[in-house]
Each structure stands twice: as structure tokens, then as C-alpha cells.
Design a protein around this ligand. Structure first.
Ligand code: ATP
Length: 252
């Protein structure tokens, strides 16, 4: 288990054993800079929170780290190999085979049942439904939604939908999980339960995790926190609080 520690801002020489490494990322959206000179290293099995107020660039950072976006400048390396220079099909394959993603929207496939949604990463990797189904069901049971395994997403509550998305993100299991404000659509106890389940699952399976949140209480559950303000690394959570983090709504 990695030691909890406070991140120091300037990360000039990240350690060689980082499984995920970003160097001096720059990203613009619609002509405006969204990430400026962001560097970050994540060690195997670590749970790192990216903490920042709304609009600070957390989603853009996670999408860039996970190969969904190509940065305008800078580098992303996974397991020692560059991600930012891969062709789109190879980036897609890397994401499918090694990464999990859960965002604030469950983004389930409406035509598929709950277990088929949860099994999707396995099915896309070419596993048979016969092998994928029990593995998906294991996660559904752990998340207490095995009773709706044959339902379509439209019949589920928002909490059940988001837990299905979490089962899908973990079913692989992935080497690296990106969790972008995953409890945002959930209220109080539902959000707290989901977060506890997510953290217990990634820690027991050794899944390296990057968790974006605007809630310092959630960030405090990670092994380490890095702070984004206006698309730049910032050094203290206090600075983020001053920028209006209190506007975020989840309790744990
Ligand atoms: N596709 C896009 N086109 C134009 N601007 C974008 C796009 N995506 C993000 N942005 C802008 O980039 C900035 C950072 O957005 P981003 O979603 O990365 O921040 P965030 O910290 O994840 O915010 P939130 O907590 O609200 O999700 C915002 O000003 C946003 O409006």
C-alpha cells in the first residue's frame, strides 16, 4: 500500500517507476488554454486524487492521460511507453485492454442488459459471453445490483445505473482506472457507498487509480492529492477551497 503524502508542486524529475507519467501537458479547447504545463506521475497501485473546482481542467486532464485526447504539447507515458504518439486505433486498443473509465454520466448502452453492460469490456476484448457473464455478475453482486442483472438500464434508479457503470469500469479488471467525479450524480449515502466500494475494489485488486473530484473530503480518501487551478498544478488544497470548491455537493 503506498504511503499517504502531500504532493509537492514542481515535479521536475518524476521517479522512473511511475506507471503513468505526464510531462508538461498543454491542451486548448475552442482556442482557449485548458491545461498549462501540467506534469504528474502515478506509481503502480496508487490512488491519486485530482482536486480542483469546476472548470479547472480535471476532465480534460483525465481524458488526456487516458488517451482520449491528444495534448497540444507535452507527453503521456503508460508503463514506459508513449501514449500521445500512438495512432487512434492503437490508443483505442490500449484503452480497451488496460484502462477503465467511470464518469459522472453512466453512459450505459440502452439496448443491453445490466450484466451485458458490465461485461462490455470483456466482450470487446473477445471473451465469450459464457466466460464474461460470471465475472460481470460477481461485480454486480459486490455492488448489490445482481438482482437487476437482466434489466435494461432504463428500468434502473440513477444509483443502480451508476453502479452498473462502476461494474463495467472494474470488470476487466483494468490496470489503470480513471474515475471522473463518479459520485456526482448520487446523493449522500449512495455516493458514499459507491466511493467506498470503488476504493475497496481498486485497493484489493491493486488497480492504479486517478480520481477527479471537486470535494476535498473525497480527495482525502486517496493516497495522494494533486491540485488543479485554472488548468495548472497548484500546491495547496487551501487555494482550491478559496476558489469555490464548497459549491460541490457530495458528502462521504
Ligand atoms: N469540448 C470542449 N470545448 C470547449 N471548451 C471545453 C471543452 N471541454 C472543456 N472545455 C472547457 O475547458 C475548461 C475545463 O473543463 P473541464 O471539463 O476539463 O474541467 P473540470 O475541472 O472537469 O470541470 P467540472 O468539474 O465542471 O467537470 C472549461 O472552461 C470548459 O468549459
Amino acid at each position: 500500500m503506498p504511503q499517504r503524502r502531500t504532493e509537492v508542486y514542481a515535479m521536475a524529475a518524476p521517479p522512473d517507476d511511475d506507471v503513468l507519467l505526464a510531462r508538461s501537458l498543454h491542451c486548448s479547447r475552442a482556442g482557449a488554454p485548458v491545461l498549462t504545463d501540467v506534469s504528474l506521475g502515478v506509481r503502480p497501485g496508487e490512488v491519486v486524487a485530482v482536486l480542483g473546482p469546476r472548470g479547472s481542467g480535471k476532465t480534460t486532464l483525465l481524458r488526456t492521460l487516458s488517451g482520449q485526447l491528444v495534448p497540444d504539447g507535452g507527453e503521456v507515458h503508460y508503463d514506459g511507453s508513449p501514449v500521445h504518439t500512438l495512432s487512434p486505433p492503437r490508443r483505442e486498443r490500449l484503452r480497451r485492454e488496460h484502462f477503465g473509465w467511470i464518469g459522472a454520466e453512466p453512459a450505459l448502452v440502452p439496448e443491453l442488459t445490466v450484466w451485458e453492460n458490465a461485461a462490455l469490456p470483456l466482450l470487446l476484448r473477445g471473451e465469450s459471453a459464457r466466460r464474461a457473464r460470471p465475472r460481470a455478475l460477481e461485480w454486480l453482486e459486490r455492488l448489490d445490483i445482481d438482482g437487476v442483472a437482466e434489466h435494461r438500464p432504463a428500468r434502473l434508479t440513477p444509483s443502480q445505473q451508476q453502479r452498473t457503470a462502476l461494474a463495467r469500469a472494474l470488470a476487466g479488471p483494468p490496470s489503470l482506472l480513471f474515475a471522473d467525479d463518479p459520485t456526482a450524480p448520487l446523493h449522500g449515502a449512495d455516493g458514499a457507498l459507491m466511493l467506498r466500494t470503488l476504493l475497496a475494489a481498486v485497493r484489493s485488486h491493486g488497480v492504479t487509480t486517478v480520481l477527479a473530484t471537486c470535494d476535498p473530503r473525497i480527495a482525502a480518501l486517496a493516497d495522494r492529492t494533486v491540485v488543479l487551478l485554472d488548468g495548472r498544478r497548484a500546491d495547496t488544497p487551501a487555494a482550491t477551497a478559496a476558489e469555490g470548491v464548497a459549491a460541490c455537493s457530495l458528502s462521504v
